[in-house]
Design a protein around this ligand. Structure first.
Ligand SMILES: [Zn+2]
Length: 313
């Protein structure tokens, strides 16, 4: 791959180009129009990778109309790209590929719901089509010479990327209240440990072989005493708190995430001793739950709300 090759988009974003052209160009205008709502909805993903951006929609002599080029033209030049046809907004796609010398030339438009309509290529429309061709021709060379997906592959790739992003967003939603508030929770450790229902608020951490949710109180106690299995030597000389870990009971290999409340460093590391870590945490869990039988617990987010409104003495 030649990484010095790139295209620069309208907003200045630089997209790296990959390999060689893998797909012989086919005019896939029908597929494009059928899925136009999908491509519009996910244009942020398409405008973020040259292999999606350069998918061919139509080739007209020397000019290749790429998926990204069209979406970008619609976005940045709506006054040229969009026709208000009796209150229906129609996006110009290209001159009609069915053009023949015996017929007058026409061009294609599509609505966001995929309805295609042809208009005769007359008057000011000729200028608009010229503008489109000029706009798209800036990406024609890259679209001819570098790797790009077919429109169908773009669709499938975007679907799976979208699913992956949704999943990541869900995980982030679960983890961020805990991970982003380690310092705040630690500052309020005395209050939290004094209220048993607070101490038993569940963190999102799940550890192999420990059945129950991991309580914030167990973590705070182990961090407070600087337990060697739940802390990690930070470069600043203090012990950073391990707030998440996962690993293999057989090999012991453990991935940890830590946060240092002294220098505020957050990081990940590979360490050993999985079983010792899990065992230590399990004992802390048992001790805490022994003390708090029949006490209800609150959600960690609720706990954060409560301590957020409490001033530290
Ligand atoms: Zn530190």
């Amino acid at each position: 791959m030649n990484t010095s090759d790139s295209i620069i988009l309208q907003d200045g974003k630089v997209l790296k180009l990959y390999g060689d052209q893998k797909h012989r160009n086919k005019n896939s205008i029908r597929y494009f129009c059928d899925h136009v709502d999908f491509f519009l909805e996910h244009q942020d993903i398409i405008l973020g990778d040259s292999r999606l951006f350069l998918a061919h929609v139509l080739q007209d002599e020397d000019c290749i109309f790429t998926l990204g080029g069209l979406l970008e033209w619609w976005k940045y030049m709506p006054q040229m790209a969009i026709i208000n046809d009796e209150d229906i907004l129609r996006y110009i796609v290209a001159a009609s590929p069915t053009y023949s010398k015996n017929l007058s030339r026409s061009f294609l438009t599509v609505t966001t719901s995929g309805k295609v309509k042809e208009f005769p290529l007359l008057g000011e429309y000729a200028d608009r089509l010229r503008c489109l061709e000029e706009y798209c021709s800036r990406y024609s060379k890259a679209a001819r010479d570098f790797e790009h997906l077919s429109l169908k592959n773009v669709h499938d790739t975007v679907v799976s990327l979208h699913k992956q992003r949704e999943k990541e967003r869900e995980i982030e939603k679960i983890w961020s209240p805990y991970r982003d508030n380690i310092e705040l929770l630690y500052q309020h450790r005395e209050e939290i440990l004094a209220r048993r229902d607070w101490a038993m608020a569940a963190t999102p951490l799940k550890v192999y072989m420990i059945q129950r949710p991991i309580y914030i109180g167990s973590m705070l106690r182990l961090w407070e005493i600087g337990n060697k299995w739940l802390t990690y030597p930070c470069k600043c000389g203090h012990k950073a708190f391990i707030y998440s870990f996962a690993g293999s009971p057989l090999s012991g290999t453990t991935s940890i995430s830590y946060k240092c409340v002294h220098c505020h460093k957050q990081g990940n590391a590979q360490v050993g001793g999985f079983l010792s870590r899990a065992h230590t945490l399990d004992i802390a869990q048992q001790e805490l739950s022994k003390e708090v039988e029949d006490v209800g617990t609150i959600l960690l987010t609720k706990l954060l709300d409560k301590i957020g409104t409490t001033n530290l003495k």
